[in-house]
Each structure stands twice: as C-alpha cells, then as structure tokens.
Design a protein around this ligand. Sequence first.
Ligand SMILES: Nc1ncnc2c1ncn2[C@@H]1O[C@H](COP(=O)(O)OP(=O)(O)OP(=O)(O)O)[C@@H](O)[C@H]1O
Ligand SMILES: [Mg+2]
Length: 424
Amino acid sequence: MSEESAIRVMIVDDIADTCDQLEKLLYFEKDIAVVGKAYNGREAVEMARERRPDIILMDINMPEMDGITATEAILNHDPTVQVIIMSVQGETDYLRSAMMAGAREFLVKPVSADDLYKSIRHVYKLGQSRPRVASRAGADAPAGDTAVSRGKLFAVYSPKGGVGTSVVAANLAVALRQMTQKKVALVDGNLSLGDINVVLNLRSERTIVDLADRVADLDSELINDVLATHAAQIKVLLAPPNPQTGELVTADHLRVILEALLKEFDYVIVDTHSSFQDRALAVLDIADRILALMTLEMTCIKNIKMFLEVTELLGYPGDKLMLILNKADNRMGIRVENVENNIQHKVALQIANAPYEMTLSINQGVPLVIARRDHRAAKDIFALARELAQLTNSDASEKRNPQAATTQKRQDGGGFLGLFSRKA
Ligand SMILES: Nc1ncnc2c1ncn2[C@@H]1O[C@H](COP(=O)(O)OP(=O)(O)OP(=O)(O)O)[C@@H](O)[C@H]1O
Ligand SMILES: [Mg+2]
C-alpha cells in the first residue's frame, strides 16, 4: 500500500522513547504510515494543521499543553481527525475528560501492538463512515430543516424494574450514534426517578419539565436548548429533578414532546418506565419498535408473558416488539428455548451478563460501549444497534403502521385496568 493511501498517524508524547517505540511498532504495518511526532500539546496542534493526520495517538500529561486541551484545539480546527488518547493505568479518571474533548478511544500504556493496530484501524473505519462534511457538533444542533422525514423511536421497556432498561437505552443511543453518525436523542422516560443523568454523568438544570411547560411552542431552538449534550455526540432529555415535579408531565405532554423530537432526530431512544400506566403506554404507542427487556428470572418471565398479552390487546403489530434477553447467562437454571416455548415468542437478541463491568461503567458514568467496547455485552449492544439501523432502513420503504387509533383511545388515561375493561 502506498503512503498516500495508508492511514496517516501522528504520535504525541513528551517522552521521546515512547514516541520512537510506537513508531517502531507501526513501521511494518503496510496500511499505516507515521506522518509526524510531536513532544507536547502545543507542537501537536501546529503539526496536526500542517500534516493533516487521520489519527493522532495522544498522551495526556505533557508540558506546555496537555493532551486533552490539545485534542480540543485540534478538533475545533478539524473535526475529522480521530484522536486516540493514551494514558497510564490509574489515570482512568481522565477517560471522561478525554471523551468530553472529543477523543474516540482510550488506550492504557504500555500499549500492546495488537491493541494499537486494532484501535487505529477501528477508529479509522469509524472516521471513514462519517458523513463527508463531518461536524463534531453533529449532535449539538438538531436536524432542523435537514431532517427529511420522521425519525424512529425505540422504546426500551421492561414490565419489571431493575432489568436494565436505563443502561441498555444509554448504551444503545451511543452505539447508534457511533455506527450511523445520525442524530440521536435519548429520553429519560422515568418521570419520577430518572437515572440517565447518573448513568451518563450528565448534569443539567434543564429537564423534560421545561419542554412540558412549553408544549405549544416546541421548536428546534427550544429543544436544542433543553436537551443536554453528551460527549458521545448524543442529545439527552433528562428526567425531572424530583418525583413531585415529575407529576407535572402528563401522557399528552409526552406524546407532543416525542413527536417534536422525531422531527428533529433520526433516532429517539426512550428509557421507558416499567409500568402499564398511561405515560408508559403513551411511549409504547408512539414507538416504532419496543425493545422489551427480560431476564431469566421467573418473576420477570411472568411479567413478560402478561406484557405480551397486553400488546395483543393494544393491537400492536407483531413486528413492533423485539424481545431481548438481558444479563444473559446459561447458569440461571432456565433455558431460553423453554422460555420461548412457554411465552410463544422468540428472543430476538441476547445481551451478555456483565455485572461487574456494568456497575463499574455506571459508577464511572461512562457507557460500556465506550469504556469496554470489546466486552461481549458491549458487542451485543452494537449488534442490537446494527439490527435496528438495518430494520429501520428497510422500514423506510414501507408505509408506517397508523397507530393514531390506539393513541386516541387512551387520551383519557386508563392504565392497565382501563385496558382490560376496554376489551371486556
Ligand atoms: N447486561 C447486564 N449484565 C449485568 N448487569 C446488568 C446488565 N444490564 C444491567 N445490569 C445491571 O442491572 C441493574 C439495573 O440496571 P438499570 O438501572 O439499567 O435497570 P432499570 O431497568 O433501568 O431499573 P429501574 O427499574 O430501577 O429503572 C444495574 O445494577 C446494572 O448494572
Ligand atoms: Mg432505570
């Protein structure tokens, strides 16, 4: 491969030996060419402008200008550069700041040759899949005039609490953004006790209540103003600050807000409250796909069975529901096939059990699909994102199922009991 078509890599580290070692590691890789070495952040900013690398391997702690500030400066000038941050063990606190600065990947030093090659090629591929006029602020501004059609809404839901809807919704939103580079919004639909702010370590004074207060004049500007921006380039509509305020948001508010978001974003992912009450049902009605999460626990299986009956009563088309087994582990004493037979529904996808990694990622406020992209559970979530992106591509050619009737029927509240009495 000629140097022109190789992946252009720049190395930045204040320790000259480290720069040289990395250069040596890359020397024999035919598809990778080292185009420059810089020894502090300031030098890196200048060199990046001059040499236009595809990828920068960036150390964090350096004299004159640290790697995070340099990353920010470089990406402000050229958002198409992909930065891989390198740091030593124990500096994982930097992971968050590195992401905020726009870094694509994080490697722990000493970096193994394999990890290095894998990361460079992976990050390069990600960069290639971006739109030609790439914008780092891609998620900062809603689609506005450029949105040609209504986006797709995925409701992550479980009829039982604690099954993982919040972490799956947050990770799915990030994975969809990373895979498609489309505009993604994540909505915390838990109006009493939302968790998304913690899962993503996001702080904002503005929440869904600010949109509910002004449903009559929802426009791009207001939406952009209220939704928080996460470093992974997704926009997030956070839950109210307390349950009392949450009560002010009605099912009608939710419908209007979600429809407004669907005009602005390609994908809207809702962490839906685990209940059969009218606000959760409003989300499920509007959803293009319901990702129904379950675990291999009898109580959960019982609730899923009941939920499947409910979806039939609601007249949802069969393909609206996607059953997902979360925390999948074959040591739970129950076989998936037996559950499928029992509930007469196929499990579309499984997300591996990763108790330690999930808890760590929640506590660090960094989604697993970023912090541990190689972990089985993260790969499963990427597979889910891929499937949804493909499904919705093929949906685009089909006419959308009109759901107005079911939505209308529930305008006056009702919830679970209303639902059954309506059938009777
Ligand atoms: N794939 C997984 N493997 C292991 N643990 C997981 C997995 N997914 C979620 N968890 C864990 O399950 C717990 C509940 O997750 P989460 O808060 O996302 O669930 P939830 O359905 O949103 O709960 P709630 O009903 O309280 O809103 C957390 O401890 C989380 O770490
Ligand atoms: Mg939750």
